[in-house]
Write a new protein. Structure first.
Length: 118
């Protein structure tokens, strides 16, 4: 009975491990950035390793047209970072919408914007 009690206690003390999701830790360009030059790619770093085949990064302009190249890649040697190429961007506002599926199959998603100055 003692072992069962210890296992129960450990399970109650560490619920975050069982419910973890890949959280966005950093982005290039970052959320809210105002840049003079357009980036060639988006890079997103997450808190845990991802399944690139089930994850996505979509970048759209103010009209909703996609400006990403559709070539999502995991950065070699780093299972937490995804990269998506961009078409040449004109001055304006852009929205990055991401969906991440971690290796433990938990899903997370979000979005942010950045601006290319005129």
């Amino acid at each position: 009975m003692r072992v069962g009690g210890v296992c129960l206690l450990l399970g109650l003390l560490a619920p975050g491990a069982a419910l973890a999701h890949a959280a966005l830790q950093s982005a290039t360009p970052p959320a809210g950035a105002r840049m003079a030059a357009a980036p060639a790619a988006i890079a997103l770093v997450f808190s845990e390793a991802l399944e690139p085949a089930f994850s996505s990064i979509v970048v759209t302009d103010v009209a909703g047209a996609r400006v990403d190249r559709g070539n999502l890649q995991a950065v070699p040697g780093d299972g937490r970072t995804l990269s998506e190429g961009l078409a040449p961007l004109k001055p304006g506002n852009y929205r990055v919408t991401w969906r991440a599926v971690s290796v433990d199959t938990h899903k997370s998603q979000g979005h942010y914007t950045f601006t290319i100055a005129q």
